[in-house]
Design a protein around this ligand. Structure first.
Ligand SMILES: Cc1cc2nc3c(=O)[nH]c(=O)nc-3n(C[C@H](O)[C@H](O)[C@H](O)COP(=O)(O)OP(=O)(O)OC[C@H]3O[C@@H](n4cnc5c(N)ncnc54)[C@H](O)[C@@H]3O)c2cc1C
Ligand code: SF4
Ligand code: SF4
Length: 1024
């Protein structure tokens, strides 16, 4: 792609086009791990650019332009498919449909929904649920795949027993055609778009049939072999039972699921293991109103065959985990897929033949389609063979997927889909007539082959290779069969790498399903894969295989994770994602001494000298404490519990701390407060990767509690709570420090007292107000406190409580603190996403108890002009008790304003601007008499330009010697640029040199190119 073409795309898409190589690599693949022997047949698949149209007009304009410039366009939704459909085999442009993700309308009467192609199933279904509707069927990739992707790819899933293949449920699709027109496809014409993978047009939006949402009843049945299972399903079909969905797994899959790791929290299992019998396990879903009929009929059927109804616990578990099949990948860490469709009448034989011919553990999931393509029942079998893609033997195991395909074909079956790899099977997958129609249509509308070249129809090197491999399948099979497969996690690190061995295993275990993508605030704040957990795991694989290298931008993608932990819950493979990023922070920053976010350096120095991150004095830490409570709860009072206020409540949002102690006092809690000796809890240093400093702070804080004699810490700040409750115990154990401190959040104490009747809010005359609750990640997902704050809110008179759409463990993160520090504009966007939900819920106030969330939400609300007020929960509850507290907003905005300005200053651009204000002093400060030499060179035309290549070498050496000399003037300039409060300005001479010492070695490489031209201008007299 040439410069002009890039410029055009930049103009059309702005920040929604990406040319960065590492980013483009993340858009070059799908879920499949291609073996090394096959990859060369596919060729290079890194696109020249990735674009994200946000409306139809942009998409159409792109199509016109690409056609004129003969540039290939490859559509990509969530890339959860595995047939190579999203691979840009002719490079060109990947068109990411992520931003075309709106639900356009719901027609309750006609029972249809119209939505844009890029919307994820889960989102559509949630919107339908509000109207009492639900989708007819969905793929088991429901949390991470799109409606447009399923129509383009074709498929069956949950609900297919009743509703068949997805295409049959689509009423119409609006499509961008290769000539730039928009056509609506309905009825039989949908055959030209469905399963065509974007080769004939890009789906803009579609209308599909939906159904009333009725409660489901789930039954699990077990039976010993596939022939029995076939018989049972045939009987269910014959009896015409009103079943909605019927899926099953084979005994090997049941065994693997029993062995798969459980989801973890703080290093411990966070779910119960439900053991499955080593048999075929079918999960049958039907509407509750039909339960009596279906259950009675099932019992009758099972009576006649070798089958039994399994426990409700198994049924519930299988249903709850229906999207998380990929957890077995943890035992691979790779899976070789084999997906086929077979007639139900051949299920028993097919399974027996696979067992017979394939000498590898084949784990399978089956989906029954009652009325298949020829009107008869058929079964989609998704098989996986555990393997390790890092080994050469993976190539041989991979070849067994062809063996499974052959067995299916011999039993009247076919491949599931075409994509890039199975074009040669298109006649069987789609039918000869449909293929002929598709070919004719493609020739007519896109003879140049701009739209998704190389897919579904036509021929390529890949097809020839597939044909040859198929012909020689019996000869290749023994190689695959002789590979010794090790099943189970092995966290031994075979490659010599700095990455911790468990993280290496997880990187390869990630199924690339994408469930984590849309819900990660870093992804939806920026919109690029590199920010999502999926993208980071893929990048790690690239790194481990020597194709990627660390740079600051990559380090930053790991650092910027807000630690919200939402991805841990969503992961189809139960990966401890956030803890893995946490490990990398320690590795990258503490061990390898790479650069953390510059503002953390300022915080670190403030923390070292004064124990807080806001650069206040320690002597002011306890200023907020109410005078009248000093004797009863203040420093020196002995009590079983100690209130820990944390930095932000102590110095910025005083109302939180004041209101908390008022509430605890009113509730009759005996507590003390340490006051000045208290330090920051250390969360900022933990996430900054500055772990040595974190350990120092932790030690100091544990000592503070010891000094008070308390055995319990009461926190108001969720991050402090998380430290005392989860992180300190773990780190203290590792460092051999005695730790027997309990942690309570004030909301837990109060809600208990409300429940027991010990604490009651008096009637008040407060204006009735509608509020909603923001579950802060660190009190919710990290510490599991969801209900206590809600009970407290509900106990306050005149307060009407409404939930936001994402609540409790699904709550979205506010975006703080990491995003706010790294990229304030992105933080404002993420904050707005959260506040939009509050507005949607009709709330006037968003209540929260986290000081950091409140800073972030207040700043976002102001920047985005949101019609909602952010209020601290304790503040509101304290008001209800008759107390007044200072309005924290002025302090938040003024103190944040200073930080914001420092964030801009501590960038290469910021530093070069600062240096531009002091050229005379900088030149004079050069050592070895270089200043006069430079000035003299400036007078010789062209001399400094000749010296330019030396500057990147010279500056890093000179700057450490120059900085101490220019520091006084630098401090003056900083004070001119950033109006600071007195306490901060007074500390700058102490803080600034240390911050510069930490940052400059990392930043100088980026600063030099920015300062060189203005320095030459100054020396040559062009500027003063
Ligand atoms: C855990 C897991 C479970 C799965 N379960 C199922 C299942 O139950 N049933 C099933 O059928 N599949 C399943 N799949 C496969 C996959 O999820 C489906 O094929 C899904 O429909 C793909 O959707 P997507 O949004 O990821 O599309 P993508 O993978 O991004 O795209 C699929 C194809 O459609 C094309 N395309 C995408 N968007 C458009 C558009 N707007 N216009 C034109 N062409 C477009 C792409 O180029 C590609 O060829 C599963 C995958 C995973 C990882
Ligand atoms: S913890 Fe939150 S921010 Fe971090 S990767 Fe997971 S979802 Fe994204
Ligand atoms: S991290 Fe988990 S949820 Fe995300 S893509 Fe990987 S397996 Fe899927």
């Amino acid at each position: 792609m040439d410069k002009n073409q890039k410029a055009y795309l930049k103009e059309l898409f702005g920040s929604r086009v990406n040319f960065d190589e590492p980013e483009r690599v993340l858009y070059s693949h799908d879920v499949a791990a291609i073996p090394s022997l096959i990859a060369p047949l596919i060729g290079k698949t890194v696109p020249d650019a990735v674009v994200q149209p946000q409306n139809e007009e942009e998409l159409i304009e792109l199509v016109h332009w690409a056609r004129k410039n003969n540039i290939a366009l490859t559509p990509r939704a969530k890339a959860s498919s595995g047939y190579g459909g999203v691979l840009p085999v002719k490079q060109g442009i990947v068109v990411d449909f992520f931003r075309l993700n709106h639900i356009l309308s719901i027609d309750k009467k006609a029972q249809t929904v119209t939505c844009q192609a890029g919307v994820v199933w889960e989102k559509v279904d949630n919107a339908l649920a509000k109207e009492g509707l639900t989708v007819n069927l969905y793929p088991s990739s429901y949390p991470g795949s799109t409606v447009g992707g399923w129509l383009a790819q074709g498929g069956a899933g949950f609900g297919s027993y009743q509703y068949g293949w997805f295409r049959e449920n689509v009423v119409s699709a609006r499509v961008a055609m290769p000539d730039g027109s928009v056509c609506v496809f309905t009825g039989a014409d949908l055959d030209l778009i469905a399963d065509a993978e974007g080769t004939t047009g890009f789906i803009i939006d579609l209308t599909m049939k939906v159904q009333p949402k009725d409660e489901l009843h789930i039954i699990a049945i077990g039976c010993p072999d596939a022939t029995d299972l076939q018989q049972i399903v045939e009987d269910i079909v014959k009896a015409d039972l009103p079943v909605w969905s019927l899926v099953f797994i084979n005994p090997k899959m049941a065994e693997m699921k029993n062995r798969a790791p459980l989801m973890e929290h703080n290093g411990h299992p966070a779910e119960e293991r439900v053991l499955l019998p080593a048999s075929y396990v079918a999960t049958i879903a039907f509407h509750k109103k039909e339960a009596t009929l279906v259950v009675a009929a099932l019992k009758e059927i099972l009576h006649r065959c070798q089958g039994e109804i399994l426990s409700e616990r198994i049924a519930e578990h299988e249903w709850k985990d229906r999207f998380k099949l990929m957890v077995v990948k943890r035992l691979g860490p790779s899976l070789v897929p084999a997906e086929v469709v077979i007639p139900l009448s051949r299920l028993g034989r097919f399974m027996a033949e696979v067992d017979n011919k394939i000498n590898q553990p084949v784990v399978k999931e089956g989906t029954v389609v009652r009325k298949g393509k020829d009107g008869k029942p058929e079964v989609v079998i998704l098989g996986f063979i555990p393997a390790d893609q890092r080994k050469f033997s993976y190539n041989f195991v991979f070849s067994l997927s062809l063996s499974i395909m052959k067995i299916a074909e011999a039993n009247g079956g076919r491949a599931y889909s075409t994509g890039l790899y199975f074009k040669s099977k298109a006649d069987k997958v789609l039918g000869t007539e449909r293929v002929a129609r598709l070919k004719a249509f493609k020739n007519k509308i896109d003879a140049a082959g701009i739209f998704n070249p190389g897919k579904v129809i036509g021929h390529s090197l890949m097809d020839s290779a597939m044909r040859i491999a198929s012909a020689f399948e019996p000869l290749i099979r023994p190689f695959g069969n002789h590979v010794i497969t090790h099943i189970g996690e092995s966290k031994r690190n075979p490659s010599l790498t700095d990455i911790p061995s468990d993280v290496v295993w997880y990187a390869y275990s990630c199924s690339q399903c994408g469930y984590c993508v849309e819900e990660c605030d870093q992804f939806y704040g920026r919109g690029w894969e590199s920010q999502s957990p999926r993208g980071k795991w893929y990048w790690l694989r690239e790194y481990l295989e020597g194709r990627a290298k660390w740079n600051q931008a990559q380090v930053d993608t790991f650092l910027v994770c807000t630690t919200c932990e939402l991805c841990n819950l969503r992961c189809s493979t139960a990966l401890p994602i956030e803890p893995s990023w946490m490990k990398l922070r320690g590795l990258l920053i503490n061990e390898e001494k790479r650069m953390t976010f510059p503002p953390f350096e300022m915080m670190a120095e403030a923390l070292r000298s004064e124990g807080n991150i806001w650069a206040w004095y320690r002597k002011n830490r306890a200023d907020w404490f109410p005078e009248d409570l000093k004797d009863k709860h203040g420093p020196g009072h002995k009590a079983p519990a100690m209130y820990f206020a944390g930095c932000t409540a102590s110095y910025v949002e005083h109302d939180i701390a004041m209101a908390t102690v008022r509430l605890l006092d009113k509730a009759g809690v005996d507590f003390t407060y340490a006051g000045k000796p208290e330090n920051c809890c250390g969360t900022p240093m933990l996430v900054a990767g500055k772990w040595d400093l974190f350990a120092d702070i932790m030690r100091k804080n544990i000592e503070v509690v010891r000094q008070t004699g308390a055995d319990t810490v009461i926190a108001s700040c969720p991050a402090c709570d998380m430290m005392w409750r989860n992180v300190y115990p773990d780190r203290a154990r590792k460092l051999g420090i005695d730790y027997n401190i309990k942690t309570r959040h004030y909301s837990e104490i109060l809600s208990e007292k409300i429940t027991s009747g010990e604490f009651v809010f008096p009637a008040n005359t407060m204006q009735p107000v509608k509020v909603t609750w923001h579950d802060s990640c660190h009190i919710g997902r990290a510490s599991g406190v969801y209900e206590a704050p809600r009970e407290l809110i509900k106990a306050i008179p005149n307060v009407h409580f409404v939930e936001m759409a994402h609540n409790r463990e699904n709550a979205h993160c506010c975006g703080s603190v990491l995003t706010l520090i790294k990229e304030p504009p992105v933080a404002a966007d993420i904050g707005k996403t959260r506040l939009d939900e509050a507005v949607e819920a009709g709330a006037e106030k968003v209540l929260s108890l986290c000081p950091c969330c409140q800073v972030q939400l207040r700043v976002a609300a102001k920047k985005k002009n949101m019609p909602v007020e952010v209020v601290d929960l304790a503040h509101l509850a304290g008001n209800a008790l008759g107390y007044d507290f200072p309005d924290p907003n002025p302090d938040v905005h003024s103190q944040w304003g200073v930080f914001d300005a420092f964030i801009s200053l501590m960038t290469p651009q910021g530093f070069s601007k600062l240096m531009g204000t002091m050229w005379p002093q900088l030149i004079d400060s050069m050592p070895f008499g270089m200043g006069p030499v430079m000035r003299a060179m400036g007078r010789i035309p062209g001399a400094l330009n000749l010296m330019k290549p030396m500057f990147p070498v010279l500056f890093p050496k000179l700057l450490p010697m120059m900085l101490p000399k220019v520091m006084p003037v630098m401090l003056e300039r900083v004070a001119d640029l950033i109006p600071m409060p007195d306490y901060m300005r007074e500390q700058m001479p102490e803080l600034m040199p240390k911050v510069m010492d930490s940052l400059m070695p990392h930043m100088i490489g980026d600063v030099v190119p920015l300062v060189t031209p203005p320095m030459i201008n100054y020396l040559t007299g062009k500027t003063k």
